[in-house]
Design a protein around this ligand. Sequence first.
Ligand SMILES: O=P(O)(O)OC[C@H]1O[C@H](OP(=O)(O)OP(=O)(O)O)[C@H](O)[C@@H]1O
Ligand SMILES: NC(=O)CC[C@H](N)C(=O)O
Ligand SMILES: [Mg+2]
Length: 492
Amino acid sequence: MCGIIGIVGKSEVAGALYDALTVLQHRGQDAAGIATVDGTRLRLHKANGLVRDVFQRDDMLQLRGHAGIGHCRYPTAGSEGTAEAQPLYVNSPYGIALAHNGNIINADKLRREMVEDDRRHLNTDSDSEVLLNVFAHELQIQDRHTLTPDHIFKAVAGVHARARGGYAVISLLLGYGIVAFRDPHGIRPAVLGERDTPDGIEYAVASESVALDILGFRRLRDIAPGECVLLGFDGSLHTRQCAELQQHAPCIFEYVYLARPDSMIEDVSVYKARLRMGERLAAKIARLMPDHDIDAIIPIPDTARTAASSLATALGVPFREGFVKNHYIGRTFIMPGQSERVKSVRRKLNAIHLEFRNKVVLLVDDSIVRGTTSKQIIQMARDAGAKKVYFASAAPPVRYPNVYGIDMPVTAELVAHGRTEAEVQSILGADWLVYLDLSDLIGAVAEGNEKLTHFDTSCFSGEYVTGVEPTYLSELEFARSDDAKLKRRQVS
Ligand SMILES: O=P(O)(O)OC[C@H]1O[C@H](OP(=O)(O)OP(=O)(O)O)[C@H](O)[C@@H]1O
Ligand SMILES: NC(=O)CC[C@H](N)C(=O)O
Ligand SMILES: [Mg+2]
């Protein structure tokens, strides 16, 4: 999960791209970058770090131009190095810069084809660099001095035919416009918006609608699975379906954790979906524990707050803020190493002892992935004097790797993998543990849009909508374990 944004404007866009990246920051905290088109020049600045640290005044001044794209990164392939920060650039053909959210599961095969057959050079281990070069190759074979929208759509169709996985892409094609497209299953999100100016309409595409909102763009619609949107530098808008129809399966984890609650994805309010998750979880708790003795419902800030609030209302139990979060520390789950994650939970969350003393508390989190947060939080609640600590997850047990852009590839690192709920309860040290059922999670999201019948639920169900080779999963485990990442960092 990375954040991506692209704007074709009537005036300078760098400031707006920067602002958009700051509200997409929750999607990736490792690196950030912006590329703009300044006449025939591409301006690019990117580095490791948070958006506010990557761009200084001088960097912003050189990012001139009326069109540009931005990216904030949370790696799922390759290393965390600056060379793999995005946007990535190739000079031929035409000059292309590309920002990608997702993960390409046949990147190794494509990499071999790129080098051996297409005679392209790849300089990093990034799957996004492979995707960029596939796109470049598909544009090259259009064999045109001047491209029409038709040629661009054909090239995107060529990308869909070759790439497998989850991808939302926003690219700058010099001389033409912004080319944005989504994988044929629509796993990763992308939304299109427009804004009126005295000089005409401006268009933008982004991972989440919140980026459009803060810039004053109207949300028009999501880019359809397999669709390509071309925002011409001349202000034109062209769209075309570029892939054969496949099962639409948006990633359900966007609604659980990844997206901001104030975003709309697939016409479903993330906030309302989380409220419904809480209500359905309350119904399960009432079923399993009709005579419960819960004194207070306490959310694990931030993401779980929404589900915990509706859960408390539905159960008729007071909702109390028992933990205070230090907002100057980033999201724990997307931190690169386990020791960093463990340390930051304790530094990030502090208990208000009064809320725990002699009480039976139900702690609510949106999900339990590695168990890093829940284990420590349960202990903190006990240390603060709780009589009993129950724990509820507003998502089902995460038991399988995600291969579409969320970095949880190693089954051994998932606390629920190969374990029963009772075993997880005892590892976490809770007096009782309850998870939302998958059918309820699906229902909570689908209730917002009756057209949505399928989702990518792979991390809960082990079912992969694109199909996935067992060898890919084992290679991924090997390449992306915390140990492997640590070794890579020591080498680079
Ligand atoms: O089981 P774990 O491996 O600990 O992962 C799950 C936790 O990580 C996330 O919180 P995070 O701190 O990333 O961000 P948040 O403030 O948005 O909740 C998520 O909301 C859970 O609290
Ligand atoms: N989380 C993402 O979307 C990552 C994008 C890409 N796979 C990378 O590692 O840079
Ligand atoms: Mg959390």
